[in-house]
Design a protein around this ligand. Structure first.
Ligand SMILES: C[S@@+](CC[C@H](N)C(=O)[O-])C[C@H]1O[C@@H](n2cnc3c(N)ncnc32)[C@H](O)[C@@H]1O
Length: 253
């Protein structure tokens, strides 16, 4: 198992946290997957599937002739369905089937993994000729504009996650990486967050910081730094810039 993943699904509020994440990110993922032509009969892999909302959307979209494999380090939030298989595995160490899928997707997983380059290579190799790799990962550059308690909480959480191997700047080069992996017709877009206190995105970050709080304190940073940041995120009169999600795709010709 990969050491250092800061937000395990075993946490008692993990389901709520992941549901908030899905509510924020599914619309852009679905829009992009539909534009790439995901449709009946496709075989899909969702790597690090979390709570499975996107995998379930894929399963409905590919229909009975298609198939979706949802894998995660911890599958407790995932449920199987007719054409949706769930498998527990560590992407850092597991072998993935070669040239097996029409769509290989991952969202907000690789930035956490110290082995991200090797995992990205495996994901690319799992795409069959004619298929597409779709990767969505956060880049933290907009946080440079953050101030006050919001900024201090981010700094504390990023110190913790950085010690666990998170790289918040890796995603910005994703399109180039996909090209280097031999994928063709690479495309990319960025989905940025600008959100008010109390919104679903604010609640997601609020729970994320709560989950990180013990680890932050263990690093010698006062828990009040997190508490003040969470209070700021509850303030409906304020607006916040969050990370920018880089969405990149490329085709195996
Ligand atoms: C931030 S969540 C994102 C979940 C989902 N991709 C989404 O966007 O809704 C990250 C997920 O990656 C999984 N994960 C973390 N490290 C992993 C690893 N080494 N192998 C497989 N899954 C991993 C976690 O268990 C968690 O479900």
């Amino acid at each position: 198992m990969t050491a250092g993943y800061t937000f395990p699904n075993a946490w008692e509020l993990a389901r709520r946290r992941i549901e908030l994440l899905e509510a924020c990110h599914d619309p852009a993922s679905i829009r992009r997957a539909a534009a790439l032509g995901v449709g009946p009969g496709w075989r899909c892999l969702d790597a690090g599937a979390g709570g499975g909302s996107f995998a379930r959307w894929l399963a409905a979209r590919v229909g009975p002739a298609g198939r979706v494999l949802a894998v995660d380090l911890d599958v407790r939030l995932l449920e199987e369905a007719e054409n949706l298989e769930v498998r527990s595995l560590d992407l850092a160490t597991a072998e993935l089937p070669l040239a097996a899928f029409d769509l290989v997707h991952t969202r907000l997983v690789l930035l956490h993994l110290p082995e991200r380059e090797a995992v990205l290579r495996k994901l690319a190799a799992a795409v069959r000729p004619g298929g597409v790799l779709l990767i969505e990962e956060d880049d933290i550059h907009p946080l440079a504009t953050a101030t006050g308690a919001y900024r201090e909480a981010w700094d504390a959480v990023l110190e913790l996650t950085g010690a666990g191997g998170l790289d918040g700047e890796w995603a910005r080069d994703l399109p180039e990486r996909l090209g280097q992996l031999g994928l063709a017709d690479v495309g990319a877009e960025v989905d940025t967050q600008l959100f008010p206190g109390g919104s679903e995105i604010a609640q997601f970050w609020n729970l994320t910081w709560l989950q990180a709080r013990d680890g932050v304190v263990a690093r010698g940073i006062p828990g009040e730094v997190i508490d003040r940041g969470r209070a700021a995120l509850d303030d409906g009169t304020r607006w916040f810039h969050g990370p920018a999600k880089v969405i990149a795709w490329g085709w195996r010709r």
